[in-house]
Design a protein around this ligand. Structure first.
Ligand code: PHE
Ligand code: NA
Length: 445
């Protein structure tokens, strides 16, 4: 069977941006930054994006374009008869783990969207938005319904193929989301007490740098936000043809994704302090701050509907990229049709997601890793371990397995200076930094 291709380089760029920009920028960024002390974390995160993230993004996409295969198949093809392909399975597993909790959180945001459409979310709940949200996610059935609905939508898109629907929707909704975020940021900055929130985000408290886990979290956030290291960008790259040139779009994706995260920090943290919310309150942070903001605003109800619509689209463009990784793998390895592969993987992810959802409520006592509940544990394994290990492997393949001219030609880096800098980064800096951050963290545990 003929493998599919993007219609154009722009199509690839939109899809890859759609993959990158998602819940990671708004939901995950704000709570990880909140737990890791704010400003100093932001700086480490930006350094990770520049020194490790963007250079590796180029590595990952170009490996896919070169191999024209799914994540396992790419390693098998490029490094025959050696165990490198095992890392491909980390990608298949990692994307499934991420999608399991991603879909649950996306379900929460669909529930909000619905709540604003019906008006149920509009009046301030009796014990405030925090308590109302908490009582929603700790229920047994309702959150699972929204998770299932979101996953079904994701499956339907992947099942059909990628080109038409999602690219167009993103083209319209991503700019809307960007404008709304900027508007909300301006509004949030005018809230009483906003200064404290901005200081938290932009005035680094260097003392948090003594804690090795901050480096680990910053690197994990960079990988998560850029959809890096577990084969998403590789798989998307595999639908590019060699005539579609590389470095440009990759830099655009990295910069845009990071801007989205910073802007969402500017939305969230002033509100966090204005409404006396604890910045380290974890994964529920944005779901409590945002309704508070909307409640205070005139026309907040309408803005909320537009906002959650745009967020849902940004989210679904990421979730389809996650689902595409195991689906592309199964289509090749098990010779399944696209619909059947999509369906089977979705069932598994649905079940995993049910455990995530129950882990917020009646199974909250289950803490597989440290004191992390099921959601946080899955996130920790995938984002802080699988993704960096995948990224490290890709860097080694590009920097050490191939020679320099092969590396440069596979990425279309013809500009000599930039090519040299990039090569140094992926051959030495990125792998060494990833290793140091790992060892440091292990020493800490
Ligand atoms: N980058 C996406 C986000 O920020 C999440 C994601 C991770 C998507 C890994 C694909 C692969 O929301
Ligand atoms: Na992101």
């Amino acid at each position: 069977m003929q493998r599919e291709n993007w219609a154009s380089r722009l199509g690839f760029m939109l899809a890859a941006m759609g993959s990158a920009v998602g819940l990671g920028n708004i939901w995950r960024f704000s709570y990880v930054a909140g737990e890791s002390g704010g400003g100093a974390f932001l700086i480490l995160y930006i350094i990770s994006v520049l020194v490790i993230g963007i250079p590796l993004l180029l590595v990952e996409v170009s490996i896919g374009r070169k191999a024209q295969q799914d994540v396992v198949g790419s390693y098998k093809k490029l490094v025959p008869n050696k165990p490198w392909f095992m890392v491909g399975y980390l990608g298949v597993l990692g994307t499934m783990l991420i999608l399991s909790f991603y879909s649950v959180v996306a379900g929460w945001s669909l529930y909000y969207l619905w709540g604003y459409i019906t008006g149920a979310m509009v009046p301030m709940p009796e014990n405030g938005y925090g308590a109302a949200f908490d009582s929603f996610i700790t229920q047994d059935y309702a959150p699972i319904f929204w998770h299932g609905l979101f996953l079904a939508l994701t499956m339907l898109i992947v099942l059909v193929g990628i080109k038409n629907g999602i690219e167009l929707a993103n083209k319209i909704l991503m700019p809307v989301l960007a404008l709304l975020m900027i508007g909300l940021a301006v509004y949030s900055v005018t809230l009483p007490g906003a200064g404290e929130g901005l200081a938290f985000l932009f005035q680094p408290d260097w003392s948090v740098l003594k804690d090795p886990s901050v480096y680990f979290s910053a690197m994990g956030q960079a990988f998560f936000s850029l959809s890096l290291g577990i084969g998403t960008m590789l798989t998307y790259g595999s639908y590019l043809s060699k005539s579609q040139k590389l470095p440009g779009p990759v830099v655009g994706i990295g910069v845009l994704d990071t801007l989205f995260a910073i802007i969402s920090g500017v939305v969230i943290f002033p509100a966090v302090f204005a409404f006396n919310i604890d910045p380290s309150s974890g994964p529920t942070l944005v779901f409590i701050t945002l309704p508070e903001i909307f409640h205070q605003m005139s026309f907040g109800h309408v803005i909320a509907i537009i906002f959650f619509t745009a967020l849902s689209f940004a989210t679904i463009s990421s979730s389809i990229s996650l689902l595409e990784v195991p689906v592309a793998y199964l289509m090749r390895a098990a010779k399944l049709s696209r619909p059947l592969a999509s369906f089977l993987v979705s069932i598994v992810i649905f079940i995993l997601g049910v455990t995530v959802s129950l882990g917020m409520g009646k199974w909250s006592g289950i803490t597989p890793i440290g004191d992390r509940n099921i959601l946080d544990s899955m996130d920790y394994i995938a984002s802080n371990i699988f993704m960096p290990v995948g990224g490290l492997t890709m860097a080694l393949l590009m920097g050490w397995y191939w020679n320099k001219s092969e590396a440069l030609s596979s990425t279309d880096l013809s500009e000599k200076k930039i090519g040299d800098v990039w090569y140094l980064l992926i051959k030495f800096s990125a792998p060494i930094l990833i290793l140091i951050i790992f060892l440091n963290q292990i020493g800490n545990v």
